[in-house]
Design a protein around this ligand. Structure first.
Ligand code: ARG
Length: 587
């Protein structure tokens, strides 16, 4: 019997409840096929989980929902794992017992047991297309959101057992190269002598080039000529282009290294330049695109706006564009990598592009009788300055990512020194990096990604509230408890004594909802669900710790409380790691 019970305790308790209800109703004539228990987290005042499926089912079957709910309760096997009661017109509340809590915290005791428990049944090969800056330019703060959100979704989906391919779709084949090559040649610049901030120099050159072509038709013609030469494979231009790409990659890599982000591929737009002809041919053959003033365009007659607003897949001068390379990219990811899902992480301003891309791809794959991968656009809002406009530097320039990260580390350094003036320099820097980078990341991940948010150093570095330093402090505090008792968190495996007091039960209850937070985050592809959960867990821990002395005389109570500390630590560390936030043992 006991063996059956521990098997029965699942990482997501709502699954245990769902299963027992299904097993029970399958044996009863009152519930024919098609009954869905619909188990959800409940309002804490009434229980822990609620089965909502009775009401719609009773309605359909013409039965009295409260009577049917009672019937189900009577049929459920007797169990000391929960108490049930009927609420409202026929919801069933499940209040988990101390015994359930105890078994759950015994069972899910470390990262491996949690990881095993959260593995998806239907493993997918998922491409996460994120970061994707444009070469010859510095990464700006707009790319920070893509990098931070994309990395955390890749970590989460990987943790849940999917196979993840991280692909950095660099913008390295655009019209900017014509202007840049023109400026480089006009100024007679050698790319190996750009000084110690080569990418800033390139950016300036580009700006200068832009002014030249704006003022003078002749310059414009020359710049266009450079682009055509590049696209036709002119060795000199290709060589310059490659050098520019290398310089850009070096600067991106230093940021990725700081953020702990690594890509499996950085193929970029240029990789697809010889793969676009086939797209034109196939889309023309299937009559998905048409010629329009010399350009090739796709209309979607069944769509309100896109029946009139064209998706341009080849420009009138015959050149490919962003849409063309994106079409080729989907085909490559499906046919070469056998991926069954692609997630694109970009700014919300690209929503139309992706909507049109996805509709076009679906028609195209269906015409080719090729199974279309699931395509998802994970878009995000803008980071705003104090003035509620897109964040800018004092001279009105876009804020550079590297400056932002450096400033955060600088500010965190002051916090560390203030608290521990005697620390060694290298340790100060190590801590400042973890706190500073964590703060920037979490400021981004703790908000619903579709909202714009105001960037505030004070808020993101605060030790109180829903911030990274607050969460990191909770972790450090638990580590300090284990230092005090001269033990390690992973030495505590089980407890004889179940959570009993109010604060013990509340903390245990919060731990049980970890699976729900992970699943919701993965379903909506919104990391703030996980962030909010971790913040609530840390707050719950804080009240537990204020109310319950850990080092009490009674051995059983002490061991339970230590165990609750250890489990909270594990969940916080797993969750923060998924968000890309490092932690400290001492803060
Ligand atoms: N390079 C683009 C930008 O900076 C983002 C590319 C996103 N990925 C894609 N497959 N279109 O806005």
């Amino acid at each position: 019997m006991l063996g059956y019970r521990t098997m029965f305790i699942e990482f997501d308790p709502s699954e245990s409840i769902d299963r027992i209800i299904r097993e029970t109703t399958a044996k009863s004539n009152d519930f024919e096929v098609g009954f869905n228990p619909q188990v959800r987290p409940a309002d804490e005042r009434f229980g822990d989980f609620q089965a909502n499926g009775i009401l719609p089912y009773a309605k359909k079957a013409g039965l009295n929902p409260r009577e049917l709910a009672q019937k189900l309760i009577d049929l459920l096997p007797h169990s000391d794992l929960w108490e049930t009661d009927i609420a409202g017109p026929g919801f069933i509340n499940f209040k988990l017992s101390s015994s359930f809590f105890k078994q759950w915290i015994d069972k899910f005791h470390d990262i491996n047991s949690i990881k095993n428990a959260i593995q998806v049944e239907n493993q997918q090969k998922i491409v996460v297309d994120f970061s994707s800056p444009n070469t010859a330019k510095q990464m700006h703060v707009g790319h920070i959101r893509s990098t931070i959100i994309g990395e955390s979704l890749a970590r989460l989906l990987g943790f849940m057992g999917h196979e993840i391919i991280r692909d950095n779709h660099l913008g390295d084949w655009g019209t900017q190269f014509g202007i840049l090559l023109f400026a480089i040649k006009k100024e007679n610049i050698s790319l190996s002598e750009l000084g110690n901030d080569p990418i800033a120099k390139l950016e300036n050159l580009y700006r200068q080039g832009n002014n030249w072509v704006k003022d003078d038709e002749d310059n414009l013609i020359q710049a266009r000529g450079e682009l055509v030469k590049l696209q036709n494979g002119d060795p000199e231009n290709l060589d310059l282009w490659q050098k520019i790409k290398d310089i850009s990659m070096d600067s991106f890599l230093s940021i990725y290294e700081m953020l702990g982000v690594q890509f499996d591929h950085s193929l970029g737009e240029s990789f697809y330049r010889d793969k676009v002809e086939l797209i034109y041919e196939q889309l023309l053959a299937h009559k998905i695109c048409e010629e329009n003033d010399g350009a090739l365009v796709v209309f979607h007659p069944d769509h309100k706006r896109f029946s009139k607003q064209p998706f341009i897949i080849r420009k009138s001068d015959g050149a490919s564009n962003y849409a063309t390379t994106d079409l080729a990219t989907v085909a490559f990811r499906k046919n070469e990598w056998q991926s069954n899902q692609i997630i694109y992480v970009t700014d919300g301003r690209q929503r139309d592009h992706f909507e049109q891309l996805f509709m076009t791809v679906q028609k195209w794959f269906s015409a080719e009788k090729n199974a279309c991968p699931l395509l998802k656009h994970v878009w995000f809002g803008t980071i705003l300055g104090d003035d509620n406009k897109a964040i800018k530097t004092r001279d009105g320039e876009p804020v550079k990512l590297i400056d932002l990260l450096s400033e955060s580390i600088e500010r965190a350094k002051k916090m560390v020194i203030e608290k521990k003036p005697d620390l060694e320099g290298s340790e100060i820097l190590r801590r400042a990096k973890i706190i500073g980078l964590g703060a920037v990341r979490y400021a981004d991940l703790s908000q619903d990604r579709t909202l714009d948010y105001v960037f505030s150093w004070e808020k993101m570095l605060a030790m109180q509230g829903n911030t990274a330093p607050y969460l990191q402090y909770a972790v450090a505090r638990i580590h300090s408890i284990f230092r005090k008792i001269e033990s390690k968190p992973n030495q505590h495996h089980s407890t004889e004594y179940p959570p009993t007091t109010d604060s013990e039960k509340k903390l245990a209850r919060k731990l049980l909802f970890f699976s729900g937070a992970l699943k919701q985050t993965a379903k909506e592809l919104k990391p703030h669900f996980l962030g909010t959960y971790l913040y609530e867990l840390a707050t719950e821990f804080s009240s537990f710790y204020n109310q319950s002395k850990v080092m009490v005389e009674e051995k059983e109570i002490k061991s339970l409380r230590i165990l609750l500390c250890a489990r909270t630590l594990t969940v916080l560390e797993i969750g923060l790691n998924i968000l890309g936030i490092d932690t400290l043992e001492e803060m």
